[in-house]
Design a protein around this ligand. Structure first.
Ligand code: RP5
Length: 171
């Protein structure tokens, strides 16, 4: 049986795909099912609204949106669903993502968007945050998330140990 797609990854343009690949990678590593689509708050407004309005009944639990410039995608999606919506601001010229950050994060009270780090780190963090939301009701996923954190901690500690060895060898 096909895996239930629990996370919807929506990008405002196909040009956002290289960034969104980071989210695919994390979700693949955790074995979480997802769907990915190109939809725009401005270029395909009806399609974006319809997707958000029907996402919950289709079994999605979190919607992640990546968009640049006047990044209204996450906000528009959030306006049409009670699912948690996470927004990744994408950097573009000439404001290097500050425009997308403000458009994504500055939602009016009542319609929240969980805005993550801009750019590539944001794609990874959005996937991890979506996993953390699913892990509230999925013990297997919670265990994987703890394992991920422990491994990450060990990597940083190993990097520090390596640095200390290098510094010591300088005398
Ligand atoms: C946004 O505008 C997209 O999310 C993309 O980040 C940006 C530029 O879009 P393209 O001109 O590359 O299609 O809607």
């Amino acid at each position: 049986m096909a895996k239930q797609k629990e996370i919807a990854l929506i990008m405002g343009s196909k040009s956002d795909l290289p960034l969104m690949e980071g989210a695919f990678k994390v979700l693949d590593e955790f074995g979480v099912g997802y769907a990915a689509h190109v939809m725009s708050a401005h270029r395909t407004p009806e399609r974006a609204a319809e997707f958000a309005a029907t996402a919950r009944e289709k079994g999605f639990k979190v919607i992640v949106c990546a968009a640049g410039m006047a990044a209204h995608l996450a906000g528009v999606m959030a306006a049409h669903t009670i699912l948690p919506v996470l927004g990744i601001p994408v950097a573009s010229e000439p404001f290097q993502g500050l425009d997308a950050l403000l458009a994504t994060v500055q939602m009016p009270p009542g319609i929240p968007v969980g805005t993550v780090t801009a750019g590539k780190a944001g794609a990874k963090n959005a996937a991890l945050l979506a996993i953390a939301i699913l892990a509230l009701s999925d013990k297997g996923l919670a265990a994987k998330l703890k394992e991920f954190r422990a491994k990450q901690t060990a990597q940083v500690e190993a990097a520090d140990a390596e640095l200390q060895t290098q510094l010591a060898s300088r005398g």
